[in-house]
Design a protein around this ligand. Sequence first.
Ligand SMILES: Cc1cc2nc3c(=O)[nH]c(=O)nc-3n(C[C@H](O)[C@H](O)[C@H](O)COP(=O)(O)O)c2cc1C
Ligand SMILES: [Mn+2]
Length: 493
Amino acid sequence: MAAQDLRSFIARLDAAGQLRRVRAEVSADLEIAEIASRLAASGGPAALFENVAGHTMPVLVGAFASAERMAWALGGASLDEVAGRLAAMVRPPAADAGLLEKLKSAPRLLHLAAAAPRTVRSGPCQDVVHTDDADLGRLPILRCWPGDGGPYVTLGQVYTTDPDGKNRNVGMYRLQVFGPRACGMHWHRDHDGARNYRAWAERGQAMPVAVALGGDPAVTYAATAPLPYGMDELVLAGILRGEAVRVVRGATVPIEVPADAEIVIEGTVDPRETAIEGPFGDHTGYYSAADRYPVLRVTAITHRRDAIYPTTVVGRYPKEDCWLAKATERLFLPVIRTFVPEVVDLNLPLFGVFHNWAFVSIRKTHPYQARKVMHALWGLGQMMYTKYLVVVDETVNVQDTDEVLWRVGAEADPRRDTVLTTGPADVLDHAAPLDAPPGKLGIDATRKLPEEAGGRPWPEPIVPDPEAAARVARRWKEYGFAAAAGPPGPDAP
Ligand SMILES: Cc1cc2nc3c(=O)[nH]c(=O)nc-3n(C[C@H](O)[C@H](O)[C@H](O)COP(=O)(O)O)c2cc1C
Ligand SMILES: [Mn+2]
């Protein structure tokens, strides 16, 4: 079931015992961030700070900070369930499907059409409209880390279009507060918001931008999803929630924003104006350096009555954004499989912070297939940034880092089974060289076929005798051991 807005999601978290209302006075300067970090590290609840010093608006952090809450945000019980629903929805009928089968998929297509956003005339996000008196200082925007260049909006959905009003894009880019009516627009150059910006800049025109906070959490997730340029994130949100997102035209900009958002910051970006943005304590666990970015000049701040300010704190893992990334890993796995069908499972481990590590299992049928999979993944969307890529057999649980490293140790020869190549690095990768193409390392930790090992036969893994294992499990207590016997050895053929 989709949540209509952030409030209904908060109510759901509250009912499930996954929300703590904090009534003690707290500061938006460093204190809330420290609390959020501790909650994220310990798998704690979401927190709603109702008494933020100097502010009337409450602050919500950690709403997405577990696999379970992330799944609820997308209207499912688990991320795999949401992924299954999404994959079934977008899978076209097979070319050779019979007429009946094709007809059966028609309701699904209708469903897709119903997922496009629906324009409405008014919405609660404009209950209160500030134009000339708009002031970012009235929002409880957090400063997260001592070396941060200032306070940052971190969970904003940034709405842009191209100069023809087409190619709507929703991306999550941080905004550094520069003053009461100015903030930084930190869209990386290869993200879609920056692409729309360049199109306006080429025409020498100021670009209208709207930044929404809150609304159905599925919309907030969609802003982080790596969709190709031209694919509307609001359609993805509509598919995920099984219902169109209601949008309303901005108060001062020709940009549509979710009618049910909590807060909307509107403004224009003049291509001739840039400012120093940063430093910012980033999800790499390090400060990303200051650099020049465009400036949003605020024309309006609109909000709901009793608006809630949602935010997130990034930094050294694990933080809330890890779970947004996990949602993408699960939701986009079926997409990866349509291009690389031998892929069975994928783990972008939390410590890999999005791009540093990928563990992938494959159904291997031919020699050097692991290498084909590495190159395919390095050529697929944002997977191009993956620095270390480990390929294992389908029997390996890629969600278990210990098992993956055990297999690397056992199945790979460091010289024969590694692929050292080059390709683009994530802009946040401070280890990437500036004077040469960044490196990538692939490790083929699959069982080697005779053709791959100079004819050396590969040994069979040890598997317990099933009869003995069943008997021991049955008699475990009888032997006098306390705890129930664990499963037989970690191995399986
Ligand atoms: C909490 C969080 C903060 C992010 N901050 C930024 C940012 O400041 N700049 C940026 O370019 N991408 C940032 N991202 C990543 C983008 O939101 C993500 O790559 C998204 O797919 C970009 O959408 P786009 O391709 O439509 O531009 C952030 C992601 C998360 C989850
Ligand atoms: Mn996009």
